[in-house]
Design a protein around this ligand. Structure first.
Ligand SMILES: Nc1ncnc2c1ncn2[C@@H]1O[C@H](COP(=O)(O)OP(=O)(O)OP(=O)(O)O)[C@@H](O)[C@H]1O
Length: 231
């Protein structure tokens, strides 16, 4: 589904922060992206979503360049950071706005939100607070749910477990595993090795912009990664 070729990014001349010669992500795969601060995870996700331009190379989604086409946008849901939220809307207004983009009416959106009970409770759906004034965790909840509205084929999240309470983390893991079982392609970054190995069938480990490990997740993966990062 996603193909990277000779993908490089330098924000400042001569300072490469991402360098991936070739990478393929198949339809239905669940990818966990890990790596220390500054490894290039957000940069990679931003390139896949055409939020930033590559210095060289290309990203294709279902065979078409993401920089030159719009076709990938309807089947791609994402939440990288709070800049994705419209700050002057309440969560309910924002969900209705995103729902409309997917052709969903208010009742469809309400039904979808009800299926998210346990993650985002009624209080969040009915609050008069604006998105910009929500707590960090609640911003993440609004962004993650909005990304899932319309049931996209491809979901991309940057650190979706960060700032969530344990109940919400458990709910999100269950939902992500369910979506994966239903065939959704998932690309997630996380610093939480336990969560990411629980929801990803394949782990990509980035170090200074390079993929230094690309492994299927097994029972050995979590202890191996804990050992890797313990040094
Ligand atoms: N807009 C920017 N301008 C200049 N340098 C940037 C910019 N965005 C990121 N960088 C640099 O690119 C490198 C990769 O950053 P990136 O945010 O992709 O890493 P990350 O793996 O997501 O890190 P973290 O785990 O801390 O979120 C870092 O050295 C960072 O300082």
């Amino acid at each position: 589904m996603i193909e990277l070729h000779n993908l490089k990014k330098a924000y400042e001349a001569g300072k490469l922060v991402l360098d991936i010669p070739a990478l393929s992500i198949a339809t239905g795969e669940s990818i966990g992206l890990i790596g220390n601060n500054g490894a290039g995870k957000t940069t990679l996700l931003s390139l896949i979503l055409d939020l930033i331009a590559p210095t060289t190379g290309e990203v294709r989604s279902k065979g078409q360049l993401v920089v030159r086409s719009e076709h990938w946008k309807p089947y791609t849901g994402s939440y990288l950071h709070e800049g994705f939220l419209i700050g002057y809307l309440t969560p309910a207004e924002y969900f209705r706005f995103v729902g409309k983009l997917h052709g969903l009416n208010a009742a469809d959106v309400r039904t979808f939100l009800e299926s998210s009970a346990g993650f985002s409770d009624e209080v969040l759906f009915e609050t008069r607070k604006l998105n910009r004034d929500l707590s960090k965790g609640n911003k993440t909840k609004v962004g993650v749910i909005a990304a899932m509205l319309g049931r996209p084929e491809l979901l991309i999240f940057d650190e979706p477990f960060a700032n969530l309470d344990p109940t919400s983390q458990a709910w999100l893991k269950r939902r992500l595993r369910q979506l994966h079982a239903e065939g959704t392609t998932l690309i997630l970054s996380s610093h939480d090795l336990k969560h990411i190995t629980e929801v990803s069938q394949r782990i990509l480990l980035l170090e200074r912009g390079r993929v230094v490990q690309d492994v299927p997740t097994t029972e050995e993966t979590l202890p191996a990664l804990e050992h890797y990062f313990a040094v």
